[in-house]
Design a binder for this molecule. Structure first.
Ligand code: SF4
Ligand code: SF4
Ligand code: SF4
Length: 338
């Protein structure tokens, strides 16, 4: 069967169109990345946090971070108010009205701990051009490797939780972020912030076990007595007994942005604690890498189209050369419709 340019274009357009339509659905995402099999993480229960900041001090000590002086307490106390090149973990407070009662949205207050959430599908790893950010395939801990870092700060821009910070005030500034105290874990210890937390608000463990623990708390009645583990889930230190709070019936971090390994419970809406809630269930890395791969794929389609067109043109020219002016009507028809 003779194939003219118009036929080829129709077939090619249909093919590319069909591929395009199918790809469009997938274009914005590649498949989600699964939680690593032995994922380690933390359950931060805001209702247990008393704002003592022992975790902030312990984090500084364990990671050899300098003090940070802010506000009136300058030059006396270490008073970080935000994550920075000197601070890997910070306790912030939500306040409303007269702040009468803890863990209440209206006229209340609540604490929230901020540090790296060790995303299941981390954008910081995805955007780093030199693999200075890595995710452990077994534990899922996301680490920054200063020896590989070129200081481009893509991770700073790429992190949806605004975690990595650059040491702008240092001559040879570096990226800083919570490494989940991997150096302590390598020695069989637990992260310093979980180790010192007096109430178990910061609890270390396997993410799957922490999820179950969070569900147990959510299944209880507000006001019911509950025995809260401190330090490490399954550890042997004396627990902390207190009443269950009137929780928001959700676990922050299980679904948001492809999931994270630091889970949150709270009695105040998560967005009030500064945790992004209006976000997709897939990670931004999945979207960005999906677009990238689709673009590459679509760059192949025009190339195939061009090669095909050249083939049709060459073949038609050859046929015309062989047939002379025999099929002029066909040629003019072809020309007229091209
Ligand atoms: S919270 Fe930010 S820095 Fe931490 S793993 Fe996720 S993307 Fe990376
Ligand atoms: S896990 Fe370690 S580095 Fe991360 S916030 Fe806790 S103490 Fe700091
Ligand atoms: S040590 Fe525990 S209770 Fe104290 S501020 Fe940190 S998370 Fe909250």
């Amino acid at each position: 069967m003779a194939l003219n340019r118009r036929d080829f274009l129709k077939i090619a357009a249909a093919g590319v169109g069909a591929a395009g339509a199918a790809d469009t659905a997938k274009a914005l995402q590649r498949g989600p990345k699964p939680m690593p099999p032995e994922a380690l993480g933390m359950l931060y229960d805001s209702t247990l946090c008393i704002g003592c900041k022992a975790c902030v001090a312990a984090c500084k000590e364990a990671n050899d971070m300098p003090p940070e002086h802010t506000g009136q307490a300058e030059a006396i106390w270490d008073t970080p108010v935000e994550l920075s090149g000197k601070t890997l973990n910070v306790i912030k407070v939500y306040q409303d009205g007269d702040m009468e009662q803890k863990d209440r949205e209206v006229n209340g207050y609540a604490f929230v701990k901020r540090h790296c959430l060790h995303c299941v599908d981390p954008s910081c790893v995805s955007v780093c051009p030199v693999s200075a950010m890595t995710k452990d395939p077994l534990t899922g801990i996301v680490e920054h490797h200063a020896d590989r870092c070129i200081g481009c700060r893509y991770c700073v821009e790429g992190c949806p939780f605004a975690v990595p910070k650059f040491e702008y005030n240092e001559a040879f500034g570096q990226i800083q972020k919570c490494q989940f105290c991997s150096h302590l874990q390598a020695k069989g210890q637990i992260p310093a912030c979980c180790d010192v937390c007096p109430t178990g608000a910061s609890l270390f463990g396997k993410v799957s076990d922490l999820s179950e623990e969070a569900r147990r708390r959510l299944a209880g009645q507000a006001g019911e007595r509950y025995v809260f583990t401190r330090g490490e889930l399954g550890g042997d230190r004396p627990p902390h007994e207190a009443k269950l709070a009137d929780y928001i019936k959700d676990i922050y971090g299980e679904k948001q942005l492809g999931g994270v390994q630091v889970l949150y419970l709270s009695a105040v809406p998560f967005e009030k604690l500064g945790l992004p809630t209006n976000v997709p269930e897939y990670s931004y890395a999945a979207i960005a890498e999906g677009i990238q791969h689709t673009l590459y794929k679509w760059m192949i389609a025009p190339a195939v189209l061009l090669v095909g067109l050249l083939y049709v043109v060459r073949r038609n020219l050859g046929r015309r050369g062989e047939a002379g002016n025999e099929s002029g009507a066909d040629q003019s028809s072809d020309r007229g419709q091209s």
